[in-house]
Design a protein around this ligand. Structure first.
Ligand code: GDP
Length: 258
């Protein structure tokens, strides 16, 4: 998943979408707002950038508040989770639309699995008609009509620069980096180190995995635990908040200026 060809293709697609939009709603995961911003933001230079701290239901509320305050210093931001009304996002876009006259055209962008499609799907509920192409707009794009705002129905997928092990480990913990795609064991063990602090565990990764796999009956033919199955199941459970609601990025000072 993380090979350059894939990333370049995604970047080309976003650049194509950007021609047609003036506002970009960047969706971050509230549990890792820094790690989910670790992509090349210069791609959006000149656009009106708004942030959503999404999956707030899975994050530590204390840190979500701190992140909101920090991000607000430079950009508009709201917190959100899928149980909330999507009108919250609609109102947010409307109140920060730079285009007073005419229509704002919005692209929802973010790294994989932060909840972009879920938001778009909530917007495309039956009351909202899809609109056809507008003049001067890249051909073939579908828009969801939100009154004075038009939203592109295709999310822009960004790939992290993954500039260090901690960023990769946090993306793994929130499900933005599929555990199956990681062949570097040190990223997996780093993720466990970060996770274990939240639960006050003193077990090693091997001990924890052994116990977790045994409890669920993930045993391979030889009688040992099925490492692949156990590891995949464990990281899925962590990313879905089955162990609790944690914020892994605690250093709000890491927030990058535009
Ligand atoms: P995308 O890759 O950014 O388009 O992410 P999706 O919209 O496909 O969502 C990825 C997963 O996260 C799905 O299983 C969603 O049901 C789940 N999800 C999306 N938003 C939320 C949220 O606010 N809270 C929780 N708990 N799960 C969410």
């Amino acid at each position: 998943m993380w090979y350059p060809g894939h990333i370049n293709k995604a970047k080309r697609k976003i650049k194509e979408y950007l021609k047609a939009v003036d506002t970009v709603l960047i969706v971050l995961d509230a549990r890792a707002p820094f790690a989910t911003t670790a992509f090349e933001r210069n791609i959006f230079t000149g656009k009106n950038i708004l942030y959503v701290l999404n999956k707030a239901d899975l994050a530590n509320k204390k840190y979500t508040k701190l992140w909101m305050e920090k991000i607000k210093e430079t950009s508009p931001v709201i917190s959100f989770s899928k149980a909330e009304s999507v009108n919250k996002i609609k109102g947010f876009i409307n109140s920060h639309s730079k285009k007073k006259l005419g229509e704002t055209r919005v692209l929802i962008a973010g790294v994989p699995n932060v909840g972009k499609s879920t938001i778009i799907n909530k917007f495309s509920g039956r009351k909202l008609a899809k609109t056809g192409m507008a003049p001067g707009i890249t051909r073939g794009l579908q828009w969801i009509n939100l009154g004075s705002v038009k939203l592109l129905d295709t999310p822009g997928i960004l790939y992290s620069k993954l500039f260090n092990k901690d960023v990769a480990a946090k993306l793994l913990l929130i499900g933005s980096l599929p555990v199956e795609s990681i062949d570097k064991y040190d990223i997996i063990t780093r993720a466990y180190e970060i996770f274990k602090v939240e639960l006050n565990l003193d077990k090693t990764f091997e001990e924890f995995l052994e116990e977790y796999g045994k409890k669920r009956g993930f045993i391979s033919k030889g009688g040992n635990i099925d490492f692949e199955r156990t590891k995949n199941n464990l990281f899925k459970a962590i990313s879905e908040g089955k162990f609790g609601f944690f914020t892994y990025d605690k250093e709000v000072a890491l927030w990058m200026q535009e």
